[in-house]
Design a protein around this ligand. Structure first.
Ligand code: CTP
Length: 402
């Protein structure tokens, strides 16, 4: 679900080095299907040209409240009435101070003040030096803006253009895009805590070798992101994959099935939904050698024997909370053939209300997938789509069943 498609946004730039990120944000918003009207303050024009923003947004840029292009000469009214949200990125310390006091001496601040409070969201992405950000005046302004109903996004942390290091960088365009998607996502899981397992597990043979599988973790990460966007508090127990953690999601990194089991058990008593998406190794080597197993030149291969790993999903699904319905469990089935029959049998065996079947070889590592949802009523197909779209649909299905 791309919640930005069809939305109309005013992208406001105030003065700051981070204006370069606004160019990328504009491009990403247009790519996501939003229409973007750029408005720049005079200070912003020192950092970025209106030409660049016009080219990226496909619309002429507004910079002045005296713009004669508007027949009634009221750009601040006309532009703010059409918008679903005004996004000020970057929002300088000065611009936020201005917003706080309701000052309106340039087009952008005028528009923010003139916007209809109940239909046009105001979202600001602060960008400044770390000392400016930490200053009590700025922190007081941020707190008051939030109290006034302005959505002040977090700041990033790291190297700053001034050479210092700390809090105050503007979020990256992709992070702002993510937060904007979340603003427009219906909060179907508000107040719920969702626990997701994702990725493969790795079972060590010795310190440098092990057995694992081809799961990329993409589906589980997409589910965690979708649940967070739907308003849930999300914990993600992830096997060894290098995917970035979705914004706002708490990630607990694990390696083996055993560690995954422990991490799940430490959380599961306080969650409302458990989605077991991980491709957990069914077996692990019976012993893991302390040192690397060396070839001795004789051509003899090591004898490996295996023991079965705990079944995390089945254990959780058989708990009293799951059996009473207080915990909603969702399982996955990665099959190679006869999906409906295997998924139906697996749902019964694992005792879960909802089981999501997919064909392992055609999904592992891919960005898209096709799902078969199996519950007590029967089976529903979710046709091939991006994993993120499928994850959004799955979260909507889960929310409907809670
Ligand atoms: N699962 C789990 N712990 C395990 C094995 C599987 O939690 N030790 C979970 C998976 O996360 C998935 C579901 O159980 O949600 C089914 O996993 P799958 O690998 O498809 O099935 P298995 O139970 O391993 O059965 P089989 O290998 O016979 O198909």
């Amino acid at each position: 679900m791309n919640t930005l498609a069809g939305k109309h946004l005013v992208l406001g730039l105030s003065g700051g080095i981070a204006c370069y990120k606004a160019a990328e944000l504009c491009r990403a918003l247009v790519k996501a299907g939003a229409s973007v009207q750029v408005v720049m303050t005079e200070a912003a024009e020192h950092f970025m040209t209106a030409v660049t923003m016009q080219a990226l947004s496909g619309r002429t840029v507004y910079t002045s409240q005296w713009d004669a292009r508007e027949a009634n000469n009221m750009a601040h009214i006309n532009l703010s009435r059409e918008a679903d949200a005004i996004v000020v990125a970057p929002a300088s310390a000065d611009f936020m101070a201005k917003l706080l006091h309701g000052r309106a001496d340039d087009l952008l601040s005028l528009m923010c003040l003139a916007r209809p409070l109940d239909s046009v969201l105001l979202i600001v992405a602060p960008a400044m030096n770390r000392e400016m950000w930490a200053n009590p005046a700025t922190q007081r302004n941020v707190a008051q803006l939030r109290a006034d109903g302005v959505h002040v996004l977090d700041v990033g942390q790291g190297d700053q253009a001034c050479g210092e290091t700390g809090d105050g960088r503007m979020l990256e365009a992709e992070e702002i895009l993510d937060d904007l998607q979340a603003f427009f996502t219906p909060k179907t899981l508000l107040g719920k805590h969702v626990l997701v397992t994702a990725g493969p597990t790795y079972e060590a043979i010795d310190p440098v070798r092990g057995i694992t599988n081809l799961s990329s973790g993409k589906m589980g990460f997409a589910i965690a992101r979708a649940a967070h966007q739907a308003g849930a508090q999300v914990s993600l127990v992830a096997g060894p994959v290098s995917l970035p953690t979705p914004r706002g999601v708490r990630r607990i990194g694990v390696r083996s099935a055993h560690e995954m089991m422990q991490a799940v058990q430490a959380q599961v008593d306080s969650v409302d939904v458990f989605v077991a998406c991980a491709a957990v190794a069914d077996w692990r080597p019976a012993t893991s050698a302390e040192h690397k197993i060396k070839k001795d030149g004789s051509g003899q291969t090591p004898e490996l024997s295996f023991v079965e790993n705990p079944d995390i999903l089945a254990t959780v699904a058989q708990s009293a909370r799951a059996q009473s319905g207080a915990l909603f469990c969702v399982g996955f089935a990665a099959e190679s053939h006869d999906l409906l029959a295997h998924a139906t049998a697996k749902r019964a065996r694992k005792q879960v209300p909802l089981l999501v079947g997919n064909i392992g070889p055609s999904t592992f590592g891919q960005d898209d997938n096709a799902l078969l949802l199996v519950d007590a009523q029967g089976a529903t197909e979710l046709p091939r789509a991006s994993k993120q779209d499928l994850a959004d649909d799955l979260i909507a299905e889960i929310a409907r069943r809670l």
